[in-house]
Design a binder for this molecule. Structure first.
Ligand code: ATP
Length: 514
């Protein structure tokens, strides 16, 4: 774990050093859990968004996009349940004065039991080799069965307390499990309190006339309140989806782990409206589709897993997370939720407007059911960054830091470098840049030795470097160097466009999904 922590620290400092992510307001000592994206970060982030947007809106003819405002009528958040129920249970340690989410402390305790069981299983697998039967082992090994029983009992007690919103019981679990504060090491806990995560501000110029409004904590409600507009003006027929990318704000109690948990972040959400009764079919469909979208990036299939929810939100009848193996463990990157007709019905009730769909085939009106896919851009960014980062030992004792970014997501696709700054080579290199730049993000670099220039591009994940030398002037060929293999080949300038395009275009990624 310590080693993983080290790697994560290196990734965070690499992200800063190479212009991916900066702490917000850094020259004023920063603002907690708020981050800015730098010159390379914004490109990577935009490419992730484009991959999602095009996978949704180009590949599905029944999905359209919208861009709704961050400010919305405050009653929307009453209707959605956020004013009353968008809370996290918080607890403070009196000695360290640190604040925690009570549910997270307990979830981490459950994860500790799981880890213990997994370790025993791994040990036994090593011992028994091919003949190892995991199910049998879990049932018959006394020590493991005991840990599993404790874990399951805790899980059940926790789920019950959360479902009932029983804050005293949450505290009692923390006490009974002897959970200590990681900073002070003590069990001197306060009571558990509910904390609403929405940011509130005022709209309007006069003190009396001002209206309290919220910064949206999710983009989804902007879609629900526009359901009728889109359905009518787009003449949409069920099933159909509305996609949106935009900022969301949550006053998170504990904001740790870099851009994993932020107070201002970005979501990519799609609400898919279906006939009542068909929601499970589409839930299964979207679960599978979304995992395919992730896996197509080639970061490694073993890095993903589903986590089905046992405790469902008040509006859901099925929910699953897609988790990604971050350096700090498997963590949620995306949620897929079957939200029933909860949101549309609530908005119908609170607005007094009829929000229904007239089904011409059934010749009746009803409230559609909804399947939601909701993914955080920043968490996606973090998963891509973490799994791409490598410190590589090279032959001859040299090392390099390389980002093996999926080529279609890389901020810069190719860098053009004259071998020396004379003899007409810079002019020739510029000529190539001026041609390629219309299709690819292309850098020109003439500073330092060619080796240093390669390392700089490796560190930001540029898939191709093109070196212009004296031979280029004679026969119109250049050296094309590939980031991951570092292999170089001599190719004609005329072929560059095709060679690069085949590898870096978003097209090739999207085609994997078709
Ligand atoms: P968590 O349990 O981690 O707080 P959540 O279940 O509340 O997340 P959702 O409300 O389902 O998250 O939001 C959908 C997606 O939005 C998440 O899968 C995640 O990728 C992203 N997200 C949610 N909260 C944050 C945050 N504070 N910072 C960054 N991304 C977030």
């Amino acid at each position: 774990m310590a080693q993983q922590d080290d790697v994560f620290k290196k990734i965070v400092s690499h992200a800063k050093e190479y212009g991916f992510v900066f702490q917000s307001s850094e020259i004023y000592d920063g603002l907690s859990a708020v981050y800015d994206y730098g010159q390379n970060g914004v490109e990577l982030k935009n490419n992730i968004k484009r991959y999602w947007w095009e996978a949704m809106t180009l590949l599905h003819e029944n999905i359209v996009g919208i861009d709704s405002a961050i400010f919305m009528h405050p009653t929307i958040w009453k209707a959605s349940g956020h004013v009353d129920a968008f809370n996290d249970p918080l607890i403070d340690n009196r000695d360290s004065k640190k604040r925690y989410r009570a549910d997270v402390l307990i979830e981490e305790q459950i994860a500790k039991y799981d880890e213990k069981i997994n370790k025993e299983v791994a040990k036994a697998r090593k011992r028994f080799g091919e003949s190892f039967d995991e199910t049998m082992f879990l049932q018959t090994n006394g020590r493991v069965a005991e840990t599993a029983a404790k874990r399951n009992a805790l899980h059940e007690r926790f789920a019950e307390a959360m479902n009932a919103g029983n804050l005293e019981e949450l505290r009692q679990i923390i006490v009974d499990e002897e959970i200590v504060c990681p900073i002070s090491g003590t069990r001197n806990w306060t009571e558990v309190r509910q904390f609403n995560l929405m940011f509130k501000t005022e709209m309007g110029s006069t003190a009396d006339g001002a209206m309290a409004v919220y910064l949206r904590p999710e983009t989804a409600q902007g879609i629900f309140v526009n359901y009728l507009n889109v359905q009518k003006t787009g003449r949409m027929r069920l099933p159909f989806g509305i996609a949106q990318i935009g900022k969301a704000f949550r006053n998170e109690i504990v904001a740790r782990q870099f851009i994993f948990r932020m107070r201002e972040f970005e979501q990519m959400e799609m609400q898919f409206f279906v006939q009542p009764g068909r929601e499970m079919e589409y839930f299964a469909y979207w679960k599978e589709q979304r995992l395919r979208w992730h896996k197509a990036l080639g970061l490694g299939d073993d890095k993903y897993r589903y986590h089905d929810h046992e405790k469902l939100a008040h509006y859901a009848n099925a929910a699953t997370d897609i988790e990604f193996r971050m350096p700090f463990g498997f963590k949620e990157v995306e949620g897929i939720h079957s939200r029933t007709d909860f949101d549309l019905s609530q908005h119908e009730k609170f607005s007094g407007k009829k929000i229904q769909y007239f089904d011409p085939e059934r010749n009746e009106s009803y409230t559609p059911y909804v399947i939601e896919t909701s993914i955080g851009v920043d968490r996606m960014f973090l998963s891509v960054l973490c799994s791409s980062y490598e410190e590589q030992q090279l032959e001859g004792g040299d090392t390099r830091v390389v980002l093996h970014l999926p080529e279609a997501l890389a901020p810069v696709k190719c860098a053009v470098m004259p071998l020396v700054k004379k003899d007409g080579l810079p002019e020739k290199a510029r000529e190539i840049v001026n041609d390629l730049k219309f299709d690819f993000a292309t850098h020109y670099d003439e500073k330092d030795s060619i080796g240093k220039r390669y390392r700089r591009q490796d560190a930001i994940g540029t898939p191709f470097c093109i070196t212009v030398d004296h031979q280029t002037l004679e026969d119109g060929t250049v050296t094309l160097r590939e980031r991951d293999s570092m292999q170089q080949q001599r190719v004609a300038v005329a072929d560059l466009h095709r060679l690069i395009h085949d590898r870096v275009s978003l097209n090739s990624l999207l085609r994997k999904l078709a």
